[in-house]
Design a protein around this ligand. Structure first.
Ligand code: ZN
Length: 172
């Protein structure tokens, strides 16, 4: 089932998420729905707060368009930033309206610890694009959006655009 995606400035995107104590059928169904929603959007990652759920669950597929899909579900992920700082060019987000994109500083390499949907532990290092995607999605679980990581000037310009857009939307 395709889920509704929560959009900035919805306050639900700002709340840190709760750990998942038990992987139930409901969590498994939610993960499947999140993958479906992500592919339909289309996007390369989606975190639970983006569909209105305040829990530490994310899905991602950093495979390139010409590669086989590599869907991943991460439960209670933890990240350790290892690499040097790199520029993530033109990052965007399914929850950030108006198709806004901006360059964001990210780590080139991370150590990822999580469990999969069977509760099996994951402990691996990710590099380059997959590392950037997991940092973006992990941020959502902490209530952080990529627009929280851009300069105040850029953020101010973007916020005024969103304000105008919301005004037009409610007027219509
Ligand atoms: Zn996002």
């Amino acid at each position: 089932m395709i889920l509704d995606i929560v959009s900035y400035p919805d306050p639900r995107l700002k709340e840190p998420c709760q750990p998942i104590a038990e992987i139930t059928d409901e969590i498994r169904q939610l993960a499947a729905d999140m993958l479906e929603t992500m592919y339909a959007a289309p996007g390369v990652g989606l975190a639970a707060p983006q569909v209105g759920r305040n829990i530490r669950l994310l899905v991602m597929d950093p495979a390139a368009k010409d590669e086989e899909p590599r869907p991943r579900v991460l439960v209670n992920p933890e990240l350790e930033l290892l690499g040097e700082e790199v520029c993530s060019e033109k990052e965007g987000c399914l929850s950030v309206p108006l198709g806004y994109r901006a360059n964001v500083s990210r780590s080139s390499r991370v150590r990822l610890r999580a469990t999969d949907l069977d509760g099996k532990p994951i402990d691996e290092e990710l590099e380059d694009f997959p590392a950037i995607v997991v940092q973006h999605e992990y941020d959502h679980l902490e209530g952080v959006l990529f627009i929280d990581r851009i300069s105040r000037l850029r953020r101010g310009l973007y916020d005024s655009k969103v304000k105008k857009w919301l005004k037009r939307k409610t007027a219509a």
